[in-house]
Ligand binder design. Structure first.
Ligand SMILES: [Mn+2]
Length: 552
């Protein structure tokens, strides 16, 4: 069972750092196979912190929807196209499969061999049964299937159409019968009947199989050798020898080339849909080059996916990594408003209105009495500093101050210096395109049927704002129209000044409800507002409540 610890889409510092730190805590408490992940790209500030504390970024996961690779059987039993069908039947029997994928010498999948097709070959309809004596196989393979031994002549490895004939009739009727087959490559199965054997040698049949483990007359053997007729001894009686010989036919004669296959990346839901419409029971899983990478059986669709989720820094599925709704969520560690999450079973859900999820993760270490490793302490400090704007945001609580102080001692890092370093790196206005700036940490919300998005960037100064203003507004408008939102907004926060500008593109009815001082069209001055979660979002919800219901 793999446990994935992951923050929200458009990850910020807190969601990256708390995911890494919480995953490490799980490992330190002995949990196996824990993966810290991120649901989007990092930014320059996050990269700076990861590098500073020597921690690798979490694994990027864009979509957790179950895929074929999650349930397929990677260790495939397959059969080569040039193998005798006898070998394939033994495999099908041993592995209790309904069919096998057929491959060529370089493991490229050629098709399927189904038990159905094999039984159809072995037991053809009565009216076609005469053809069952024609076997396209090499003499060498035929002899191997019934465990025969060479008495004289050559066992050709070249596949050819062979006619299996049983010498069961009287001498007088055998001659004319054999005469009728003179165009064919005849393999005669016969017991200790030297006269019949002699006639077959005279007629230059391809081979004579002497059945029943009987002695072979030396003169017959010499005659066969002189005539170039291969003689084989079989330990089985005639009926058994012929039955087994038919299994020498090559698998390639029975391949079903028209088959449904999947890629390891195929979404399991899509595969299930296609499989439901197919009569096949197994589906080859192919790699990019047509090679056989695995096999999917219909029963594999019933398997549980061995994966569970821990969400940090969010609790709303609209903000979670794609596919999160298809994976069991076993824990949520967060400090945001509740977004209507529900679960089938009791889960650990710790929502604590402190300044950052990193603060809560620090409390988790404390609660379990597990010392925070120094690099992890540095990450948690960064999460706290970024989310609370170095303890200046109104979201800050004494718990955050206390945690930051304790972590600073462990990491041996001054928190004020760390804050300056973090916010000096990569001004979003200067390093990002307008589209990136409005989407890098945008969060989607849905309230009473209205959808909207709220993004935030933190700057050390508004000095570069005016030159980017029009492009930012245009990007917001494009997003709003593309996603059909009631409004899309961006909070540009000046960390030094502890104030923000709010850029909004949206329906006029909504814009009219904003009663902060307006600076220019679509831009308002929000003095003292620095927190999206604690200040801006409640205000936007208040505005939303005033929007006339006719908008819905
Ligand atoms: Mn946070």
């Amino acid at each position: 069972m793999q446990t994935i610890v992951i923050g929200h889409r458009n990850p910020d510092m807190d969601s990256i750092c708390s995911a890494l730190a919480y995953a490490e805590l799980k490992r330190l408490t002995g949990q196996k196979n824990v993966l810290a992940a991120r649901a989007g790209n990092t930014n320059e500030r996050i990269d700076f912190v990861l590098k500073k504390f020597g921690v690798e970024p979490p694994a990027l996961i864009n979509d957790l929807s179950p895929r074929v690779a999650d349930v397929m059987q990677p260790h495939v039993v397959s059969v080569r196209a040039d193998s005798p069908v006898y070998d394939a039947i033994q495999l099908i029997d041993q592995k209790r499969m309904r069919g096998l994928p057929v491959v060529d010498a370089s493991n490229r999948c050629l098709g399927l061999l189904s038990a159905f097709k094999v039984s159809h070959y072995l037991f053809p309809p009565r009216e076609k049964a005469a053809n069952a004596r024609l076997v396209t196989a090499s003499l060498a393979d035929i002899v191997t299937t019934f465990g025969g031994t060479l008495v004289t002549g050559v066992l050709s490895a070249q596949p050819a159409e062979q006619l299996l004939m049983v010498g069961a009739m009287a001498q007088d009727s055998f001659g004319p019968r054999l005469q009728g087959y003179r165009e064919k490559s005849v393999i005669l199965f016969v017991g200790d009947r030297p006269h019949i054997q002699a006639l077959a040698i005279a007629a230059r049949v391809h081979a004579i199989v002497v059945t029943g483990d009987v002695a072979i007359d030396e003169t017959i053997r010499a005659a066969a050798e002189a005539a170039g007729v291969t003689m084989i001894a079989s330990p089985h009686d005639t009926a058994t020898s012929v039955l087994l010989a038919r299994g020498a036919v090559r698998v390639e004669r029975m391949i079903e080339g028209d088959y449904q296959s999947f890629h390891a990346d195929t979404l399991l839901d899509d595969a299930r849909h296609l499989a439901a419409q197919s009569a096949a029971f197994i589906f080859p899983v192919l790699d990019d080059h047509g090679g056989l990478a695995g096999i999917l059986s219909k029963s594999d669709f019933l398997k549980e996916i061995p994966r569970q989720l821990i969400l940090v820094d969010h609790n709303e599925l609209t903000q979670a990594v794609r596919g999160a709704d298809k994976v069991p969520i076993i824990e949520i560690i967060d400090h945001h408003k509740l977004g209507g999450f529900s679960s089938d079973t009791p889960i650990l859900f710790w929502n604590n209105p402190v300044g950052s999820t990193s603060t809560i993760v620090a409390l988790c270490y404390q609660q379990l009495g597990i010392p925070v490793p120094a690099p992890i302490a540095g990450l948690l400090m960064s999460g706290i500093v970024a989310d609370t704007l170095n303890l200046t945001s109104p979201t800050t609580t004494p718990v955050d101050c206390d945690a930051l102080n304790r972590l600073a001692k462990i990491a041996q890092v001054n928190s004020d210096e760390l804050a300056t370093e973090i916010f000096c790196v990569g001004s979003p206005l200067l390093t990002m395109s307008p589209e990136q700036a409005i989407s890098a940490d945008a969060k989607p919300y849905e309230e009473n049927g209205h959808t909207f998005s709220v993004a935030q960037i933190e700057e050390l100064t508004f000095a570069h704002f005016d030159e980017k203003r029009d492009a930012l507004l245009a990007a917001l408008d494009a997003t709003r129209q593309r996603d059909g939102l009631l409004f899309a907004c961006l909070l540009v926060t000046d960390i030094n000044d502890q104030s923000s500008l709010l850029l909004v593109q949206g329906a006029d009815e909504f814009l009219r409800t904003i009663d902060y001082p307006q600076r220019s069209p679509h831009i308002w001055e929000l003095a003292g507002v620095v927190s999206r979660k604690k200040q801006l979002l409640p205000y936007l919800l208040h505005c939303l409540a005033q929007v006339r219901t006719s908008l819905r």
